[in-house]
Design a binder for this molecule. Sequence first.
Ligand code: OGA
Ligand code: NI
Length: 208
Amino acid sequence: MKPFLVEEGISNEMLSGIEQHGYYIHRDIINISDAAALRALMEIRYDQDQFKKAGIGKGVSFSINEEIRKDSILWIEETSSSPILASYSSHIDGLISLLNRHFFLPLKDKELMFAIYEKGSYYRKHRDRFAKQQHRFFTIILYLTDWQKGDGGELMIYTDQGEVKVEPHQGSFVIFTSETEHEVLPVFARRYSITGWITDVPIGLTFL
Ligand code: OGA
Ligand code: NI
């Protein structure tokens, strides 16, 4: 996997995208065969029933509400089982350093999860930075679906400059500030992604 996010051209484009609009989209951050390999990895775990219905909130405020979101998730605890996953994870670590240097931020860690949306699923308009738990600074998503027009599941990002529709093509990547409102439109074909957050606390200590 190319060191996509710290490559000179891409990182400058990304930093100025975040600075000016609060988000950045890259259409092909990993190639199709890497995306297919990650998708296969997800499928194995999904078929083994390792995924669970995603909820709203965290800790004691956690609840499952299918009116708001209808995806299934699996937290990624370790990345060593797959070289591609390990590589993605280390590129995100590079991204954390880059964001810290550029924006003078105290970012420390990331949390990553696999997410699958079956046909009929969606995630209504929301923010990822919780009122009572403000540790998520950036949302990062790597899309893995072999996506075609008509498959639905586009990500809508709402900023004060307007709205953007992101097509979840396999191998594409999006980053936005976690207080940004966003939504996943209804899905018509199974949708795969690795969704994550960059936090200012080490993960595992977020309930302290
Ligand atoms: C989320 C989310 C967007 C997407 O998981 O919080 O908003 O495009 N995901 O998968
Ligand atoms: Ni979200």
